[in-house]
Ligand binder design. Sequence first.
Ligand code: NAD
Length: 520
Amino acid sequence: MSKSYGDELPTQEMTQTTLPADPAPSVKASQIPVTNPVTGAVIGHMPESDAAAVTAAVERARQAQVAWSARSVRDRAKLLRTWADRVWERRADLIDIIRHETGKVETGALLEILSVDHVASYYAHRAPRWLRLQARKAIIPLLHRAQVIYKPHGVVGLITPWNYPYLLLFLDLLPALIAGNTAVIKPSEVTPFTAEWGVGLMHEVGVPADVVQIVHGRGATGAELIEHVDFVAFTGSTATGRKVAQRAAERLVPYSMELGGKDPALVLADANLDITASELLRAAFENAGQACLSIERAYVVEPVYDALLERLRHHAQKLIVSGKGGMEAHVGSLTNQRELQRTESHLADALAKGARKLTGGHTRPDLGPLFYEPTILADCDHSMLLMQEETFGPLLPLVKVADADEAVRLANDSDYGLSASVFSRDLRAARQLAARLNCGDVHINRAQINIGAPDLPTGGQRASGIGRRNGYQGLMKYVSSQSIMTDSRILQPPSLTLFDPLSYWATMRLRVLRRWLPFL
Ligand code: NAD
């Protein structure tokens, strides 16, 4: 299974063969270079789609949607499950591509693939039931019959980021397609080849070319896409999300926003400190901290603060930072210079304001241009940038707090509200604490893993987003309901009022019945 992409492999020529059916209008002079962050080498170029190409792609998608939505849900879901099987067979290729574009470790790339595979099975099993025609209670039972049908929006525009280029695209694309929409994707300009590979394989298994297409480019291409589609599924930064939501709102098209985070961990006095330490390290340094669900701040109650610092130092020594393949590496490269600069400036600001460095704090040029040591900082406070802004790098700041109440207050002192973690042996108390946290997901004695459970709707509040992915909501956001009521009184005489004598009599009795038997 292991075909390896050398540094030069994903070339523009290879890309051209996997572009949508008629790429010609989209091929402009401007080519976007794609870089392997581990080596710093350019591994290929992607032609940028101009406005005409975006318009044409959406138009093709709109035409293709008629036939695609006419197929049964079961049929669409089965085809996409077949696709996921094909991906699984060729996962070594995909792991290579993801790693070449992002610089992440092998386990990180594998987990992206596994999560999408779970979601494919999940919706293949449930979508036919959830999307079928539903019978509802009518106004007057027997006289009326009420039903709800679910209709796809039409063409969904997916705009996706670079940090999980496979997971965050296909997690949204699968339910959108199963629901009967067609899709035009604008993947991050940093990681276009992962999207090309996955969509190319969809076409190979029989998904029609115009049902799922890709347009490439930077922000302007994404902005153009919003002008034409019927639903926008955006994943990316809060700043961009605001612009995207504004334009979608002006057009009155529905959207979902999966945005940035500043996820807190709350460590209580009865926490298992070894589990807490290893989980904090994993969730702070997974993908070198470039995860929306990274633990970006930890509030530790005073009685266990020093002991936890000691456990963190102990376990951090075991972290392997590497750009090589294999399952043993824990932390890979940062993906962009921008993330490295932000990490360094947040660290400098925190140290200048009194933070204490426990580990790390240096680049690793011996490994590659964008490697940075996992860095743990004690004695942080909310005056520091790294407690307010998303760092998106390998920094784990810790704050000493008096008690659980102070931890909750500080955890909620943020514009973000994506996910959080509570560490405690008292699961009941931890669940009660979870309910006081203003965020979409809470993990107890764990971090970051909700997104791997297809049945759990995940997503943020406030500056972290609107809408959910996964679960029932993750599918149903891609449809709108249409309610149909049938009057079965075919032999009724014509009437110009809602209240003919019979209706009046029935309505009055019905009111009494519904008041005391509300399930009717
Ligand atoms: P970004 O906002 O810079 O870009 C995201 C996508 O939007 C890219 O494809 C980009 O080309 C496109 N884009 C940029 N400007 C646009 C515009 N004006 N109109 C339309 N599209 C535009 O984000 P990024 O740097 O790629 O990703 C990192 C950010 O994404 C972080 O803030 C991270 O927290 C967030 N993120 C959130 C989730 C989540 O599920 N909540 C998941 C991953 C990443």
